[in-house]
Write a new protein. Structure first.
Length: 134
C-alpha cells in the first residue's frame, strides 16, 4: 500500500526547511588543526568556510536542530543515516537506496531496500525531527 499523497507532500515540504535550519547553524569546528594554507594559517573547515560565505548565525535554530538530530541518531540510527543523506547532504531517494543496499552487502547483512522503503524511512525521520524540534 503506497503512502498517502498528503504524507509525501508534508514530508517534501519540511525537508528543505530542515536542511536550511541545519545549514544556518554556526559550525562547531572552525579549522583543521593540522592543515595550513599557503600563508601558514590554519585551514578553515568546509562547514565554517560555507558559513562565512553568507549563512548567518541563528543559535536557537542551531541548538534545536542539533538536538533533534542527536536524538534521532540515538533512537534510530537507520533513520538518522537516511535523514542525514537526504536532508543535510541533499541526496536523492534513489542514491540513498543504493547506498543502503551497498552498505548492507558490504556488511553481509540480509536486508535490501527499495525506494519505497527509503521513502518510508525519511517520512518517519522527518516526523520525529519535527516532533523533537517543537
Amino acid at each position: 500500500m503506497p503512502l498517502p499523497a498528503e504524507v509525501l507532500d508534508r514530508t517534501s515540504k519540511w525537508i528543505p526547511w530542515l536542511r536550511n535550519a541545519y545549514h544556518e547553524e554556526i559550525p562547531l569546528k572552525m579549522h583543521y588543526g593540522s592543515q595550513f594554507d599557503d600563508h601558514g594559517d590554519p585551514q578553515w573547515t568546509k562547514e565554517f568556510s560555507a558559513w562565512l560565505q553568507g549563512v548567518g548565525p541563528n543559535s536557537e535554530r542551531r541548538s534545536r536542530m542539533t538536538q533533534a538530530l542527536r536524538q534521532l541518531r540515538k533512537k534510530s540510527i537507520r533513520e538518522y543515516d537516511v535523514a542525514y543523506r537526504i536532508i543535510i547532504n541533499g541526496e536523492s531517494i534513489e542514491d540513498t537506496t543504493e547506498w543502503l543496499n551497498a552498505r548492507a552487502i558490504r556488511n553481509n547483512k540480509p536486508e535490501r531496500y527499495t525506494e519505497r522503503d527509503t521513502t518510508a524511512i525519511i517520512v518517519s525521520a522527518v516526523d520525529k525531527l519535527l516532533a523533537w524540534w517543537w
